[in-house]
Ligand binder design. Structure first.
Ligand code: KMH
Ligand code: ZN
Length: 275
């Protein structure tokens, strides 16, 4: 069983607003501050969604550049840009974000219903984005919301569009994708190819308990206000670092060591780079 794990912080997703939790970071300075505090609490990777001045999800390259610049000024945390962005952002705008050459970015392999909305990831666009990410040396994190998404990723790999190790996020708890259950987690992990690295992304109520199961099974771990707005039942998280600290505590209880940025670079084979 793997004894070291990488913690990713996801401080801001595409759905929640400051009406849901007033501590949600939405502006570049706030997101950078959240990334720095998450790094100090044990995160080696920050998964970044951007919002405009009205808190709407955006793929605006100036906002992205500013946010990335501020994060880099403050800590060496690895930046993983979300190319999921938000449900209303056209795929063609989302894919341009990788031109900023973050160390890592998400790749969502399939279209699906997503709560009350629709998450569009057309096959031709996904191939184009995977190819461009390879060209630019941006490591893909593959977001799996259902079992069939794994086979699509394996096809992309066979076409030469993904580099090893394949890095999967098993996303559970989105309405339209698989439910957040231990059975689904185990089934998904068993479908992954030899040598793949993975983490669970557990949305909503079972966030901590199912993330702990995934850590015990040898997965990496992710937390942050994209995934849960609550530190514990009925108690809103006062900030993102408290979620990271809680997860890091659970990892230590399971006798896992928490990966540094350098160890995360090795685990994901993303090479060393000044970016
Ligand atoms: N929350 C969804 C729009 C990603 O970051 O690439 C999916 C998402 C995926 O956030
Ligand atoms: Zn995301």
């Amino acid at each position: 069983m793997k004894s070291r794990l990488v913690i990713t912080a996801a401080p801001t997703g595409p759905i929640a607003s400051t009406k849901d939790n007033p501590a949600l970071p939405t502006q570049p300075e706030e997101i950078a501050e959240a990334a720095t505090r998450a790094y100090e609490a044990g995160a080696a990777v920050v998964h970044v969604h951007l919002r405009d001045e009205n808190e709407r999800p955006t793929a605006d390259l100036r906002i992205a550049e500013r946010t990335i610049g501020l994060i880099r000024e403050q800590s060496p945390i690895l930046i993983q840009l979300s190319t999921g962005v938000g449900l209303d952002t056209p795929f063609e705008d989302r894919e341009k974000l990788v031109e900023l050459k973050p160390r890592m970015a998400t790749l969502n392999p399939c279209s699906m219903s997503f709560g009350a909305g629709e998450f569009r990831n057309p096959p031709a666009g996904v191939r184009r984005l995977a190819a461009r990410m390879q060209e630019l040396g941006v490591k893909a994190e593959l977001e799996i919301y259902d079992m069939g998404h794994i086979a699509v990723c394996l096809s992309l790999f066979e076409e030469g569009l993904l580099a090893e190790p394949l890095q999967f996020s098993i996303v559970m708890g989105v309405k339209g994708g698989m439910a957040a259950t231990v059975d689904n987690l185990l089934f998904a992990v068993r479908q992954l190819p030899e040598g793949a690295v993975w983490q669970a992304i557990v949305i909503g109520r079972p966030h901590f308990e199912l993330t702990a199961v995934a850590m015990a099974l040898g997965g990496n771990a992710r937390t942050g206000m994209e995934d849960t707005l609550y530190l514990r039942r009925g108690e809103l998280a006062p900030n993102n670092e408290s979620l990271v600290a809680r997860l890091a505590g659970a990892a230590r209880t399971l006798e896992k060591t928490i990966a540094t940025v350098q160890e995360a670079e090795l685990e994901f084979a993303i090479g060393t780079d000044s970016r």
